[in-house]
Design a protein around this ligand. Structure first.
Ligand code: PLP
Length: 390
């Protein structure tokens, strides 16, 4: 065991700030009692302020996968067509959930290096003259590849096609880190969870719901029970839940949202973009490629780094963990062993990012992987030149 703290630099779960940890440690209270209502309302209102919606939000004691399922079962009926995009591991998994639920999924093939193409979306919707497609589902930030979808462009494509499909968006690894506007961008269901930009431990996930999605829920006939919005919405108006909520995570959510607003959402997003740029400068200097190949789609949240041919990303990650006590994200499914992912989201400052990048550069040396040195210096110079006092 070495001294100091472990560096958890995977793209979620992220480091939980001390303030949030302290909030979570408050005593658990009666979730049917009067005191709870204030907490429940504050948690839901706080979430609304980050999702940027005036509308309904339901919060589940569940991981993000549950909120994926909730978005589908509340709005759709067996056999409904859903247009989804193979952006990477998570886009593909969500399509699998939809398929398992009995929906007819069209998965637009992708190269796992770019986001959905707005022109292709527009074309597919225009071709659907009978409006058989009931929903378009998009992963905002594809955590397996480090690609952020251009949501405003995708929304504009749907509007140009004058297509009435619902827009369902997974913000699981973007919310609280990347600019996001549920109401302004005309999103019908936002899917999110606690353990990434919201700086909480895993265990909470949610749906934000537009009036159009609520309307669709009245007609939707997929079976639902645990995920049913109706009892959640009814209890939620009074700050309560139909079943036992994750009370202590709600304390944490209230605190985390307060921290995001103290920094200012726009400043939080700018910090993430700046850390991503510093990371890419390091990666480029080392002589490696990023998995994302579209400059305007580089993720502010994580950078997936492609290993040189014949080198194993998992062996490198193991060397970095054992020598420098830093956890980095693994390549997922078809990218297994071929990329490693540097998470730079959530509670992170310049020093921690530089420490992480130094650990990666040192790890490349330990593992004997050919690279150019100077990546950390490139990141350091960029951070120093753009630094402002906190
Ligand atoms: N969607 C995205 C973009 C994710 O990054 C993840 C998990 O990392 C999920 C969905 C699945 O969420 P969970 O693992 O919390 O069920």
């Amino acid at each position: 065991m070495s001294g100091g703290s472990h560096f958890l630099q995977i793209p979620g779960p992220t480091n939980v700030p001390d303030r949030v940890l302290r909030a979570i440690s408050y005593p658990t209270i009666d979730h049917r009692g009067a005191e709870f209502a204030d907490l429940g309302r504050a948690a839901l209102d706080g979430l609304r302020s980050v999702v940027r919606t005036e509308g309904d939000v339901v919060l589940y004691p569940a991981s993000g996968t549950g909120a994926w399922e909730a978005a589908l079962v509340n709005t759709l009926s067996p056999g409904d067509r859903v247009l989804m995009f193979e952006t990477g591991h998570f886009g593909t998994l969500w399509a699998g959930v939809a398929h398992d639920l009995g929906l007819e999924v069209t998965l637009v093939p992708g190269d796992w290096r770019s986001g959905p193409d707005p022109e292709e979306l527009e074309r597919r919707l225009r071709e659907d003259t009978e409006h058989l497609i009931k929903a378009v589902a998009i992963v905002h930030n594809e955590t397996s590849t480090g690609v952020t979808s251009r949501l405003p462009h995708l929304r504009a494509a749907m509007d140009r096609a004058h297509h009435p499909a619902l827009l369902l968006v997974d913000t699981i690894s973007s919310l609280g880190s990347v600019d996001y506007r549920h109401d302004e961008w005309g999103v019908d269901v936002t899917v999110g969870c606690s353990q990434k930009g919201l700086m909480l431990p895993p265990g909470l996930s949610f749906n934000a719901i537009s009036p159009k999605a609520r309307e669709a829920a009245h007609r939707a006939s997929l079976n639902r029970s645990y995920w049913d919005w109706a009892p959640m919405l009814e209890a939620g108006t009074k700050g309560f839940f139909p079943y036992t909520p994750a009370t202590n995570l709600l304390y944490g959510l209230k605190e985390a949202v307060a921290m995001l607003h103290e920094e200012g959402l726009d400043s939080v997003y700018a910090r993430h973009r700046r850390h991503a740029e510093a990371t890419r400068r390091a990666v480029g200097t080392w002589g490696f490629e990023t998995q994302c190949r579209v400059p305007e789609e580089h993720s502010p949240v994580l950078t997936a780094v492609v290993m040189p041919d014949g080198q194993d990303a998992d062996a490198l990650r193991a060397a970095i963990l054992s020598h420098f006590d830093i956890s980095l994200g693994a390549g997922l499914s078809r990218l297994s062993g071929r990329v490693f992912r540097i998470g730079h989201l959530g509670s992170l400052n310049d020093a921690a990012l530089l420490g992480t990048l130094a650990g990666v550069e040192a790890g490349l040396r330990v593992a004997g992987i050919s690279h150019r040195s100077g990546g950390v210096t490139a990141a350091l110079e960029y951070l120093a030149d753009t630094a402002t006092p906190s």
